[in-house]
Write a protein that binds this ligand. Structure first.
Ligand SMILES: *Cc1c(COP(=O)(O)O)cnc(C)c1O
Length: 368
């Protein structure tokens, strides 16, 4: 088991670079996921995932086989009744929530906001006050992975508390790094997945929910079968099993990733990521490149960089040049602007950022 696996540096926003110990944690004896032994593994996972953001006495994690979007879809389709949900959209992932709400026929209002600037909370408050129907939920992406804009979920939580609204947070790309306290921030439901800051293997998404809130959604008529949040929650509570076959090996890797996050600590992990970000920003600035989103609103986890102004520049060529060197970079996702993205998450260190920067310098020289 000491064989090392070729190390790749993933600078895409997840799946992230994992440790070898996480990779090898998947190699386990075959086991039926309905065995108690495996139920205990899942119980550990649920409890510890919850503990990173809330007290497991009042909050619970619900595991779902699937990518992160499964958790977001499970929440949106399961917790909203006939009342109105406001969906804050300041990037592709906010837009995705609107698409989900549309498909399920939810009564939703899209609250569009700039992809670079902080949300206008007064405008949001006006919208709540002037809404003709009752607003029962607001949903927002914490770290909008499109740009790296970090939304002020705490302030939105305060607004929600004033109007007795339940807050839903897509914390996919912030959970495990940016500290979150669900109770203090008044968050009822939070979605994340195994393969971003938690540094596990893709395949598991999860919802962390306020137990009182999730108990109350049993009255809502299910809109789907597989992704129904209440059914999944209830079944696991009673059986310590998921309703359907879980990604067994991915869960063993997740358990190991959780232990490694506990050892590093969320604050320390975010400090490591933030330091890598500072190094990245210092380097690209030195090379004459600009990035979107001001420092004060930046998550320091993923950065949208404006493409160099040069005829010979070609993202795909640059991608392949990096890929050959063992580094994966990511295209931009903003319609009217030519950008690319660099994430600084996962089991990476300063040396990796330095390697990226020196290769980038070489690429920019080659096209100058
Ligand atoms: C990664 C991500 C998702 C989920 O994407 P999947 O491809 O389904 O894993 C959802 N929201 C945000 C903000 C993300 O960064």
């Amino acid at each position: 088991m000491t064989k090392t696996i070729e190390r790749k540096i993933l600078l895409n926003p997840g799946p992230a670079t994992t440790t070898d110990t996480v990779k090898y944690a998947q190699v386990v004896p075959d086991i039926c996921p309905r065995e108690k032994e495996f139920g205990d593994v899942m119980k550990f996972i649920c409890e510890e995932l919850t503990r990173f953001v809330a007290d497991p006495k009042g909050y619970a994690a619900v595991l779902l086989g699937g990518s992160g979007t499964a958790a977001v879809e499970a929440i949106l389709s399961s917790v909203v009744g006939q009342d109105t949900i406001i969906i804050i959209n300041n990037g592709s992932y906010g837009k995705r929530m609107c698409q989900i709400a549309e498909i399920y026929g939810l009564n939703f209002i899209e609250f569009k906001s700039s992809g670079y600037d902080a949300i206008n909370l007064e405008a949001l408050q006006d919208l709540i006050e002037n809404c003709k129907t009752r607003v029962s939920h607001i949903t927002v992406v914490h770290n909008e992975t499109t740009t790296g804009l970090l939304n002020d979920i705490k302030a939105i939580g305060v607004l929600c508390s004033k109007y007795s609204i339940d807050l839903i947070v897509d914390a996919m790309s912030s959970y495990g790094a940016v500290p979150i306290d669900m109770k203090e921030m008044n968050i009822s439901y939070l979605a994340s997945s195994s393969n971003k800051n938690i540094q596990g293997i893709p395949g598991v998404s999860f919802v962390i929910a306020n137990k009182q809130k999730i108990e109350s959604i049993k009255e809502i008529k299910p809109r789907n079968f597989y992704l129904n949040l209440y059914m999944q929650y209830k079944y696991f509570l009673e059986n310590s099993q998921t309703r359907f076959t879980p990604p067994v090996q991915t869960l063993y890797a997740l358990k190991q990733a959780i232990i490694e996050l506990q050892n590093e600590g969320i604050e320390k992990r975010y400090e490591r990521y933030s330091n890598l970000w500072e190094r990245l920003i210092e380097g690209i600035t030195r090379l004459g490149l600009k990035y979107l989103v001001d420092r004060k609103n930046h998550s320091k986890i993923i950065t949208t960089i404006v493409e160099p102004q040069c005829d010979k520049y070609d993202f795909d060529e640059m991608h392949d040049y990096f890929y050959k060197a063992g580094i994966t970079i990511y295209p931009g996702k903003i319609n009217n602007m030519k950008t690319f993205r660099i994430a600084n998450i996962g089991d990476i260190c300063e040396k990796d950022i330095d390697l990226f920067l020196s290769l980038l310098e070489g690429y920019l020289k080659s096209i100058a």
